[in-house]
Write a protein that binds this ligand. Structure first.
Ligand SMILES: [Zn+2]
Length: 406
């Protein structure tokens, strides 16, 4: 009897908790899966989301802190709705902020070491903030450090993704390709929260994490985020790494060949239908030789097996990407890794051949990017062929499953 009573009590408490946590102001470290269903994937979910999203804007979702400015002496802000400024440590309200009124916070006059500005009884996803004239989703937090202010945008993850997605994929692309990208980007965000913990936020707003310039909305990308709300890629009970690149060139690459280690959902997969175009990068023999340094002498030739996409060799990976090759100079021979050559000669990928033709060094290759995980170009081709986003994701992230976290 006693234990039954406890169970019932626990259930009642849980119901109260969910009801009260419905309106954002989520904890810094929310447990998204507390509210979730199972591995349900795809259509039924997206339909349900579309239905509920339009009505319940306050539906729970995690928050993300994105570092916007570092070491500034002052910052000009403007809130779209009535807000409250609180001290982040004591949680004491410091000041009411009027909607639409511009104000400046500077090092000298800020007494707290950390403040937050959020909507006054208004959920975070219904507030925007202008930071030095640039519009962002959600609220703002400011840290006072010895060298200046750190300005952080506190955004609901789904709104943040609306800002990120158009930076990652062309908003007019096929909706199923955009949805694949939305899931990959969301997976990245939730997997990498806290990456910049030492700086006081989760992610930065540059290519180091994901490029984010705030509000940047388009119908296609907004729809893709909405229809995949809360969905991430799961494998072995965890959110996976879900890297992506522009174009595989015909076959993706296993993570182990690029970054080492072994990741079972990031194996090389052949594209069934690729319209990828070959690229070429040329140098004069003279220019190439001088890039190799004085000790190298003049370029005499290369030692590299011929490229066949999807065919490995001692110097090529399973997909045909260059592992290493020999560059023969008049003074010495250099053994170079494909990746190093890609950086040194600004090649789009390591899926290449190289030859001397006349007085020219000609690199010919396919694809763009590291080749691991989803090919964005490939996703678009599959979407146009009629594949749904879950099928596209299963193709590129072998064995990973879609999971709806909230
Ligand atoms: Zn970063």
């Amino acid at each position: 009897m006693h234990s039954n009573f406890q169970t019932v009590l626990a259930a009642i408490i849980a119901v109260i908790f969910f009801a009260s946590s419905g309106t954002v102001l989520a904890a810094d470290n929310p447990k998204p899966n507390a509210k979730t269903d199972t591995n349900a994937k795809t259509k039924a979910d997206s339909k349900a989301d579309t239905k509920t999203d339009s009505k319940s804007k306050s539906k729970w979702q995690p928050e993300i802190k994105i570092g916007i400015l570092n070491g500034v002496q002052n910052v000009t802000l403007q809130m779209s709705a009535p807000c409250v400024m609180t001290d982040s440590l004591t949680k004491k309200p410091l000041q009411n902020i009027v909607a639409g009124e511009e104000f400046t916070i500077d090092m000298a006059s800020l007494d707290s070491t950390a403040i937050e500005i959020r909507g006054d009884k208004i959920p975070l996803d219904e507030v925007h903030v202008m930071i030095n004239g640039q519009e962002y989703f959600g609220g703002v937090s400011i840290l006072k450090k010895s060298y200046g202010l750190t300005v952080i945008n506190i955004a609901p993850v789904e709104e943040y993704l609306r800002g990120v997605l158009p930076k990652e994929m062309i908003p007019s692309w096929h909706i199923e390709a955009l949805k694949s990208q939305a899931v990959a980007a969301r997976t990245f965000v939730l997997k990498n929260r806290g990456r910049h913990k030492a700086d006081g936020y989760d992610l930065c707003s540059t290519t180091h994490c994901q490029v984010y310039n705030g509000v940047n909305t388009f119908f296609g990308t907004d729809t893709a985020v909405k229809e995949t709300r809360g969905q991430v890629l799961y494998y072995g009970g965890r959110t996976v790494d879900a890297p992506f690149h522009a174009d595989s060139g015909g076959m993706t690459e296993s993570a182990s060949n690029v970054w080492g280690g072994s990741v079972s959902h990031l194996v090389a997969v052949a594209e069934e239908d690729t319209h990828t175009q070959a690229w070429t990068v040329n140098f004069s023999v003279y220019d190439f030789s001088s890039r190799m340094g004085a000790a190298f002498g003049t370029l005499q030739g290369f030692e590299l097996s011929p490229l066949t996409i999807g065919k490995s060799d001692s110097d090529r990976t399973t997909s045909g990407r260059v592992k290493t090759f020999k560059i023969i100079g008049s003074k010495k021979t250099v053994q170079m890794k494909g990746d190093e050559a890609r950086r040194k000669f600004s090649l789009p990928s390591t899926l290449f051949d190289v030859k001397i033709i006349g007085s020219q060094v000609v690199f010919t290759g396919y694809g763009k990017g590291h080749g691991v995980g989803m090919s964005q170009y490939g996703a678009q081709v599959y979407a146009q062929k009629g594949w749904l986003y879950n099928k596209i994701l299963e193709h590129y992230y072998h064995g990973a499953k879609l999971k709806k976290l909230y």
